[in-house]
Design a protein around this ligand. Structure first.
Ligand SMILES: C[S@@+](CC[C@H](N)C(=O)[O-])C[C@H]1O[C@@H](n2cnc3c(N)ncnc32)[C@H](O)[C@@H]1O
Length: 267
């Protein structure tokens, strides 16, 4: 059976994170020769896209907390023939040399950090003067119709897994544009701009619920700690969401808009 990180790569990346990487790249505008970091790189879709843009004169580092995500990132980079320096580290305790990077990007990672302000201070310090950052963070759950509807059902079943409903909203927990702007300004960044962007995502309808939660388990390991409890959880949610999922299904795909903020700033 595929690991949560492999399911994340095969299921979430094509529908969500690869299209988002193109949005982040267009805001980051990487140039040949630049030194770039993809923070909370996951399975590395953004780092892999950065590598050809900075070219052989530049370099790309990918940092993530979870070894399982980095293992998939390494394999995919080899398959794609790109060179990325993958490192396992906590974004809240980064130990990077000061002033060595031109560009730091982070898509859908900052909201998971327990010490967001501390992580941003490390990021600021690691940038060369004039260096840029791009952070993408989902807007709040009330803007995300499909996930908001799913959450109503999840709440009833998460307790059986020993998980908290707050775990399910963690991806949407930094959804306020003003809060994102203030975090960046307080960390010392200038020229802070936050824009809203919408991705129209489509997931294959077959196995939608199972795949969603298997991929979620890559960032919420507590979901999959007990395989029997996880199976019961998936079966219960599938049974309770049939009508809901049908409402979002067209042409064999579950379709919904997914709204994000994209923040750009410089040191
Ligand atoms: C939703 S995923 C996004 C991954 C990747 N940026 C992408 O676009 O596919 C969130 C990532 O944040 C990582 N993460 C969470 N907390 C972290 C921390 N404190 N330090 C570094 N990475 C962290 C997780 O391991 C996970 O890979």
């Amino acid at each position: 059976m595929a690991s949560p990180a492999e399911t994340y790569e095969s299921y979430f990346v094509p529908s969500i994170f690869a299209p988002l990487a193109q949005v982040v790249l267009s805001r980051a505008a990487p140039r040949p020769g630049e030194r770039a970091l993809d923070l909370a790189c996951g399975t590395g879709v953004l780092a892999r896209a950065l590598a050809p843009a900075v070219g052989t004169a530049g370099r790309v580092m990918g940092i993530d907390l979870r070894p399982g995500m980095l293992a998939v990132a390494r394999d995919r980079a080899v398959a794609d023939g790109v060179t990325v320096d993958w490192r396992q580290a906590d974004a809240c305790a980064l130990d990077l040399p000061a002033g060595e990077l031109d560009l730091i990007v982070c898509q859908q990672g900052l909201q998971f950090f327990p010490d967001r302000a501390g992580a941003l201070r490390h990021v600021h310090r690691a940038l060369a003067p004039g260096g840029r950052v791009v952070f993408a963070c989902w807007r709040s759950i009330e803007h995300q119709a499909l996930w908001c509807d799913l959450l109503e059902v999840e709440r009833r079943h998460l307790a059986a897994l020993g998980a908290d409903a707050d775990d399910a909203v963690a991806p949407f927990s930094l959804g306020d544009a003003a809060a994102l702007r203030t975090l960046l300004s307080d960390a010392g960044f200038t020229d802070v701009e936050v824009e809203a962007h919408t991705l129209d995502v489509a997931f294959p309808a077959a196995g939608f619920i199972r795949s969603q939660y298997q991929a979620y388990a890559a960032v919420m390991p507590q979901l999959a700690d007990d395989p029997d409890a996880f199976e019961a959880f998936v079966a219960a949610i599938e049974a309770d969401t049939r009508a809901l999922v049908a409402r979002y299904t067209r042409g064999g795909h579950v379709r919904a808009p997914l709204h994000t903020h994209v923040a750009v700033a410089r040191r």
